[in-house]
Write a protein that binds this ligand. Structure first.
Ligand code: BDR
Ligand code: CA
Length: 321
C-alpha cells in the first residue's frame, strides 16, 4: 500500500452477532480499508438488538462514521428465527457494552449516499442476512450498480451441508429471497460478488491461543473478545470458534487470503427441504455465465495473524485515546 489514497472504501452490513463483532474490529483496525459507514439488519437477533449492538460496537472501536438501521426481518419469509443459541439473548454473548448516544439513520438512503458520494467504487461486505442489500438493489439500483464488489458471508458449496438446516447456511436461510435477488443482480449487471461460505469459514477456527498480542494489550477489544471466547469458545476440535464473518472482511483487506473460483450461483428459495441453499454450478451444467467468485479455501494462519496483530494495534490506540 502506498498511502491513504489506496485504501479500499468499505461499507459493512451486519447483524451483530459475536463473530460480526470481531469482523468489525478487524475492519476498523486495518489500514487497507476505509470504513465509510455500517448498517444493521435483523438476523442473529432482532433489529432492536443488532442496531444498538452495532452502534455500541462503533463506540467501542472508536468508529466515528454513520450507522444505519435497516430491515427488521426478511423480505417475505415469516418463519425464520434468530440464532440466540449461538450469539446469546443480547446478540453479543451476554457482553454488555455501554448504551450509545448515536442517532441512527435509515439504512437504505445511507447506503446509497455513501456509495454515490464516494469518488472511488465502494466495496460492500454483507455479513448478515441480505435483506438490506436486496432493498438497496430494488430502491437504489443506480447506487447498487456502482458497487465495486459485494463480499458476502453466506451459503456454502454443495459439498458442505448447512448449519441451520441440512441444506442451508444461516444468513441465506434467514432471507433466501433477498439472497436470490443479489445473485440475480450480479448476473444482470456484472457487479462482482464474492461468496464466502461455510465450506471455507468452518475451517477459520480462532481461539485465545491464536491471539497472544491482543490479550497482552488487555484493551477494550481484548476484554470483549476474551468474554466471547470464554463463553462461546469451543467447537469439536477445541481449536476455537469459526470466525465466519471475519473471513469476509479479511478477504477485502487481503484478497489473496482466499482461493476462489468464478461460478454461477443461485439460491433455492421455495424448496420444502432446501430453502436457503446456495446452488453452486460447479460443472457449468446450468448454462448460465458465472456471477460469483466462490471461496474454496482460506489461509487460516494468515487470518489468525491478521486478527491478532490488527486488533491488538487498535486496542493500543484505544487505550491511548
Ligand atoms: C453466519 O450466521 C451468523 O450466525 C454469523 O454471524 C455468520 O454471519 C454463519 O452462518
Ligand atoms: Ca453475521
Amino acid at each position: 500500500m502506498t498511502g491513504l489514497e489506496a485504501r479500499t472504501p468499505l461499507i459493512i452490513d451486519t447483524d451483530p452477532g459475536i463473530d460480526d463483532a470481531l469482523a468489525i474490529m478487524l475492519a476498523v483496525a486495518s489500514p487497507e480499508v476505509e470504513v465509510l459507514g455500517m448498517t444493521a439488519v435483523a438476523g442473529n437477533v432482532g433489529l432492536d438488538k443488532t442496531a444498538p449492538n452495532l452502534a455500541a460496537l462503533a463506540d467501542l472501536v472508536g468508529f466515528a462514521g454513520p450507522i444505519g438501521i435497516g430491515a427488521a426481518g426478511p423480505l417475505w419469509r415469516q418463519d425464520t428465527l434468530p440464532a440466540w443459541d449461538v450469539h446469546g439473548e443480547n446478540g453479543l454473548g451476554g457482553y454488555e457494552l455501554p448504551a450509545t448516544e448515536r442517532i441512527l439513520e435509515p439504512a437504505l438512503p445511507l447506503l446509497a449516499r455513501l456509495i454515490e458520494g464516494s469518488e472511488r467504487p465502494v466495496t460492500v461486505a454483507a455479513i448478515g442476512p441480505l435483506t438490506n442489500i436486496a432493498g438497496l438493489i430494488t430502491h437504489f439500483p443506480r447506487a447498487a450498480a456502482r458497487v465495486a464488489r459485494f463480499v458476502i458471508m453466506g451459503g456454502a458449496t454443495l459439498d458442505r451441508p448447512g448449519n441451520t438446516t441440512p441444506a442451508a447456511e444461516f444468513n441465506i436461510y434467514y432471507d433466501p429471497d433477498a439472497a436470490a435477488r443479489l445473485f440475480a443482480f450480479g448476473s444482470e449487471t456484472g457487479v462482482p460478488i464474492t461468496m464466502v461460505g461455510l465450506n471455507v469459514t468452518d475451517h477459520a477456527l480462532v481461539g485465545p491461543a491464536h491471539l497472544p498480542a491482543l490479550f497482552a494489550s488487555d484493551g477494550p477489544c481484548a476484554q470483549m473478545v476474551g468474554h466471547i471466547m470464554a463463553n462461546y469458545a469451543t467447537d469439536r476440535s477445541g481449536d476455537g470458534t469459526a470466525q465466519h464473518d471475519a473471513v469476509a472482511l479479511a478477504a477485502v483487506i487481503d484478497p489473496d487470503i482466499l482461493e476462489t473460483r468464478s461460478l454461477f450461483v443461485d439460491v433455492e428459495n421455495i424448496g420444502r427441504l432446501t430453502s436457503g441453499m446456495t446452488v453452486v454450478d460447479h460443472l457449468g451444467l446450468s448454462g448460465n455465465a458465472p456471477n460469483c467468485d466462490v471461496a474454496l479455501s482460506v489461509d487460516v494462519a494468515r487470518l489468525r495473524t491478521l486478527l491478532n496483530t490488527r486488533i491488538a494495534a487498535l486496542d493500543e490506540r484505544l487505550k491511548e485515546a
